[in-house]
Design a binder for this molecule. Structure first.
Ligand SMILES: Nc1nc2c(ncn2[C@@H]2O[C@H](COP(=O)(O)OP(=O)(O)O)[C@@H](O)[C@H]2O)c(=O)[nH]1
Ligand SMILES: [Mg+2]
Length: 229
């Protein structure tokens, strides 16, 4: 009986995600799912990279958290439209929650939507939110072994960003092992080193995000041409 209930919940999520994805594509919005542990620096990354994106792109953010609106407030303080989803204990976002958040955004005024997922290296990786790209954040204080301990999170990432490299001299983070394990697990991933504290690497990250937007728009244009015949 339990299995049946789980199946229904999952398929409801999948149906909603397919619907959300269609809506986002119709509005020509490129979506990035930002994932990583609590405290890896997801919100700091958004704060750091926004100034580099805003001259070219109209950005909005969906913030996922169990409780509180603290992260949405941090992002909104930059003048970026931000919607907070509180899962009240659930460890990941899903299609139903996304639908509620999309309802609150002016979709005609957005080029790029970044979703800060719940801080967790397990569950968010299993839930497609209709995103175009997955950006996984790891910080040097978490240890390089997280790549092999949580492979699902890093295996499907389009980019893996290593944050807090300003702290490398003070922690035993195996940088060489990190690169070895990650390139073996996910040879296609773009790997970037950043520090939200010093802003090192943020220009490269902004460039990668802009390239994602260009690539997705080209794909949408090709699809539209094919549909026209
Ligand atoms: N030293 C250092 N601290 C950072 C860096 N990025 C974030 N932090 C700190 O890490 C903590 C968690 O950051 P936050 O952005 O809230 O992480 P989130 O939970 O993943 O959204 C905060 O105290 C940040 O100031 C960094 O590059 N270097
Ligand atoms: Mg955060």
């Amino acid at each position: 009986m339990k299995i049946d209930i789980n199946q229904r919940i999952l398929s409801a999520h999948e149906a909603k995600t397919a619907q959300n994805k269609q809506l986002l594509a119709a509005k020509r919005i490129v979506t990035i799912n930002l994932m990583g542990s609590p405290g890896a620096g997801k919100t700091s990354l958004l704060e750091g990279v926004m100034a580099l994106l805003r001259p070219d792109l109209r950005v909005a953010v969906i913030e996922g958290d169990l409780f509180t609106s603290k992260d949405a407030k941090r992002v909104a303080a930059l003048g970026i439209p931000a919607v907070q989803i509180n899962t009240r204990g659930a460890c990941h976002l899903d299609g139903n929650m996304m639908e509620g958040a999309l309802d609150q955004l002016a979709l005609d005024e957005i080029d790029l939507l970044i979703i800060e997922n719940i801080g967790n290296l397990v569950c968010p990786a299993e839930f497609d939110l209709g995103e175009d790209f997955r950006l996984c954040l790891l910080s040097v204080t978490e240890g390089e072994d997280k790549i092999t301990k949580y492979p699902l999170m890093f295996k499907d990432a389009d980019a893996v960003v290593l944050n807090k490299v300003d702290l490398l001299p003070y922690v035993d983070f195996g940088l060489k092992q990190f690169y070895q394990d990650l390139t073996l697990l996910n040879p296609q991933a773009t790997i970037l080193e950043v520090s939200c504290r010093t802003a090192a690497g943020l220009a490269e990250l902004a460039e990668w995000i802009k390239q994602c937007v260009t690539a997705k728009r080209q794909e949408l244009a090709r699809t539209a041409m094919q549909e026209k015949g």
